[in-house]
Design a protein around this ligand. Structure first.
Ligand SMILES: NC(=O)c1ccc[n+]([C@@H]2O[C@H](COP(=O)([O-])OP(=O)(O)OC[C@H]3O[C@@H](n4cnc5c(N)ncnc54)[C@H](OP(=O)(O)O)[C@@H]3O)[C@@H](O)[C@H]2O)c1
Length: 273
């Protein structure tokens, strides 16, 4: 296990799911971790849990309660955190929400929320923290999704936000290289977290059919794959084999892939009557 005891990680969405699992893995490796999310109670709960993982006896975890989609809060609170705790060596943008439904059933407000939190929230944290990382360099991990490189039935709004995260990351990668800051993008498949439970409530049957019978990954497995990718210096980190196959198929055989997906959707629609 690589030693992270000199590293400081800022994790938006660090109070739950993938962000929390990443925080746990980093704390285990000795890193100092700043958890960022809106709900203070959940942040405190996550902080207490992570402190029990720390073996050094030092307080390695702190929390910041803010809404990443609110640029005023981000501009006010993150520089203060940097003054207090130091600039990040690793910034993980995991804060996100998902809502899955047929296009015509997605309320406009949900679409705006997904763009504001998933895409603009990622932009906001980077825009404030990246200049403060320039002296020492580091890594920025933006969490997208498989639905961020393949437009998926039932995910029009979510895919739009997550395609945006990949576009932002690809363009920024080259720009921040000169400061020794690497930009990476994590594209998890379905992962067993509170978000997945929430999105399954409204997910169309066709979308469920496309996922097939595959079990969601655990957030711990996604976090470990992310750290492996980070250490290897990969740009695109896709945990699990099915996501990697979809990524390859999308790049090499886009039309046959669309044909296969359309066939699965038609099958599900026939079953629905
Ligand atoms: N689970 C999956 O199947 C899956 C698959 C692919 C990609 N992803 C992506 O992975 C990331 C993490 O998702 P997850 O499944 O781990 O979800 P989760 O368990 O619901 O955690 C989401 C985290 O984001 C925080 N958050 C949400 N809105 C926020 C805001 N406006 N400002 C600050 N923090 C905010 C939440 O805390 P508060 O609500 O307290 O703010 C929470 O800490 C998301 O970007 C998601 O889209 C998930």
């Amino acid at each position: 296990m690589k030693d992270y005891s000199t590293k400081i990680a800022y994790i938006t969405g660090g109070s739950s799911g993938i962000g929390l699992s990443l925080a746990r893995e980093l704390v285990r490796r000795g890193a100092k971790v700043i958890l960022i999310a809106r709900n203070r109670h959940r942040l405190e709960h996550a902080c207490n849990e992570l402190e029990s993982v720390t073996s050094s006896g030092h307080r390695n975890v702190s929390i910041v309660s803010l809404d990443v989609s609110n640029i005023d809060q981000v501009r006010e609170m993150l520089p203060k955190t940097v003054e207090l705790s130091g600039a990040p060596d690793i910034l993980v943008n995991s804060a996100g929400i998902a809502y899955s439904n047929y296009f015509e059933r997605i309320p406009y407000e949900k679409f705006i929320d997904m763009i504001n939190i998933n895409l603009i929230g990622t932009w906001n944290a980077i825009t404030v923290l990246e200049p403060l990382m320039r002296n020492k360099g580091g890594s920025i991990v933006n969490v997208s999704s498989i639905a961020g490189f393949i437009g998926t039935f039932g995910y029009t709004a979510y895919s739009a936000s997550k395609f945006g995260v990949i576009g932002l990351s690809e363009a920024l990668r080259g720009e921040l290289k000169r400061y020794g800051i690497r930009v990476l993008v994590l594209c998890p498949p379905d992962t067993d977290t509170p978000q997945l439970v929430e999105e399954n409530k409204t997910k169309p049957a066709e979308t469920k059919a496309l996922s097939g019978k595959s079990k969601p990954m655990s957030s711990e497995a996604v976090a470990k794959a992310c750290i492996r990718g980070l250490e290897k210096g990969k740009f695109m980190i896709i945990p699990g084999s099915s996501g990697k196959m979809i990524y390859l198929a999308k790049r090499l055989f886009p039309s046959p892939l669309n044909w296969i997906m359309d066939r699965e959707v038609q099958r599900a629609q026939r079953d629905l009557g």
